[in-house]
Design a binder for this molecule. Structure first.
Ligand SMILES: Cc1cc2nc3c(=O)[nH]c(=O)nc-3n(C[C@H](O)[C@H](O)[C@H](O)COP(=O)(O)OP(=O)(O)OC[C@H]3O[C@@H](n4cnc5c(N)ncnc54)[C@H](O)[C@@H]3O)c2cc1C
Length: 260
């Protein structure tokens, strides 16, 4: 179902931490009981999560990685990069965090066979897309084998899983852009969804455009309210100024200035 144009209710839930695990050092998988958000969230949307007081008072935006509508939970996967995410990493199962969501505009999932392209934590919002679509493949890149721990998480949801590592310790040596032209030239895919570092998204978008395949990118920008009011996440696009939190985080690849 396409998220385009849909108006979804946003709620604040006091979400109980069901589990909090670390697949590799510095990365955490947080599963939260949040039945209302789980019910309406769409792939590519995000939540604003409160962090313990040592992390400051602003909520932090995190992509929704998985949901269970029946069991009423959502799953977030995040890297500890600063005081907010480090404080959140200290929260243990049984504690409550306040979660605002679901927020933003997600991916267009109305495709026959999309190719998801992700690097690092960019694989988080794409995981929800993979789980929600019956016929999807993924191309994932990481610096080392350890960084593509995602393979195990994605496998149950995808037809094919293509992997690159910068150092060649696993999969094809190189970047996702090393493999992408080969994958797209077969005409198998009718859309590309990408999330990762801006330089990666720009190059993936360029290659998709060369092959005439529609591409969407998910942007990350520092933000405060997450609701379109504070304008702290505003970016210039080819169709004017847009708020990443409300008009995005997913945008058509051709609309975005990647250097901004
Ligand atoms: C819509 C959206 C979805 C996101 N989803 C995820 C996710 O699923 N998993 C995940 O690990 N991270 C995600 N992020 C990034 C995450 O929000 C930041 O890493 C987090 O807010 C940093 O907070 P902090 O207090 O730990 O770090 P800070 O101390 O605030 O910053 C530490 C470093 O991270 C950089 N940074 C902080 N916030 C952002 C941001 N929003 N975008 C880019 N760089 C930032 C800072 O410039 C600084 O270099 C997402 C961001 C957005 C906007």
């Amino acid at each position: 179902m396409s998220a385009e144009g849909m108006i979804l209710p946003k709620v604040i839930e006091a979400a109980r931490i069901l589990s909090h695990e670390a697949p590799i050092a510095g990365v955490d998988i947080l599963t939260l009981a949040a039945p209302q958000i789980a019910q309406t969230a769409l792939p590519g949307q995000f939540v604003q999560v409160s962090v313990p007081v040592s992390g400051g008072f602003l909520r932090r935006p995190l992509g929704i990685a998985e949901v269970s509508r029946t069991d009423g939970w959502i799953r977030l996967i995040y890297r500890q990069v600063g005081r907010g995410t480090e404080a959140l990493a200290g929260a243990t199962a049984g504690a409550d965090v306040s979660v605002l969501g679901p927020l933003g505009r997600g991916f267009d999932t109305a495709l026959n066979h999309p190719l998801l392209v992700g690097g690092g934590m960019g694989l988080t919002p794409l995981l929800f897309f993979a789980a929600a679509h019956p016929n999807v493949s993924v191309l994932m890149g990481g610096r080392t084998k350890e960084e593509v721990f995602w393979e195990e998480i994605y496998r149950p949801h995808v037809r094919e899983c293509f992997i690159t590592t910068d150092d060649g310790s696993y999969g094809t040596q190189g970047f996702v852009t090393t493999l992408l032209p080969e994958l797209l030239k077969g005409g198998t895919y009718d859309g590309v969804a990408v999330c990762g570092p801006p330089v990666m998204m720009e190059r993936v978008a360029g290659i998709a455009s060369e092959y005439g395949i529609p591409c969407e990118v998910s942007l990350e920008k520092r933000m405060a309210c997450g609701l379109g009011a504070c304008l702290s996440c505003a970016v210039d696009t080819k169709s004017g100024r847009r708020k990443v939190c409300k008009d995005g985080p997913v945008f058509p690849a051709g609309e975005v200035y990647y250097a901004s």
